[in-house]
Design a protein around this ligand. Sequence first.
Ligand code: ZN
Length: 53
Amino acid sequence: MKCKICGEKIRTIFLNKILGTYIKDKSGKVVVVCSSCQKKLGNDREKILSEAK
Ligand SMILES: [Zn+2]
């Protein structure tokens, strides 16, 4: 699984938990973002979606 913003591989911890977050965009597509990008964008859902490729 790769971050949709920086392209870094996201580490999975346990039970399919990831070091990052899943966000659904308006079309229902799931966007995966690593924790550092999430932090960088202030955990702002709209900002994250607009940065995602
Ligand atoms: Zn990232």
